[in-house]
Ligand binder design. Sequence first.
Ligand code: HEC
Length: 132
Amino acid sequence: MIPHLKSFTAGAALAVLLAALPPCSFAADKNKAAEEAGAILFRGKGCAHCHGDDLAGTKKGPSLANIDKDKQWTLERITYQILNGGQKMPPFADSVTDEEAAQLVAYLRAKHRPVLPPPAPGTPPPPDPPAR
Ligand code: HEC
């Protein structure tokens, strides 16, 4: 018997055990709820009207599909863009609460963005976005 083998085995078993534990599953659930709320808001507040239902962009707005990977679009900057708008994007500070803005940001920055089912037939279109 090699003297160190026993403690090595115990250490390896512990490492396997720790690796198998889900990293803080409570926080993950909370985040997922925010991401889903954000997906619904993205459609409901008219963002999809310019940025596309699938975030691929339209003639009216750029694609947001890779914004989660684009380091310049920090949480703060995306929030600022939503609340204050841009050159052609209207500001949403009057029609989106701080919590809703946070949910929109959670959705845009999500690793696995929730995909909504298509709207049921007969669902009224979202209201026009605020005028610039
Ligand atoms: C009327 C069209 C329009 C609507 C509605 C709109 N956007 Fe935009 N958005 C734009 C345009 C155009 C830009 C590019 C910058 C600019 O000109 O303001 C932009 C830029 C952005 C950006 C920065 C990305 C970039 O590459 O510039 C984010 C994030 C964003 N929009 C999120 C949203 C969200 C979230 C909503 C809904 C609350 C929304 N937009 C609604 C037109 C729109």
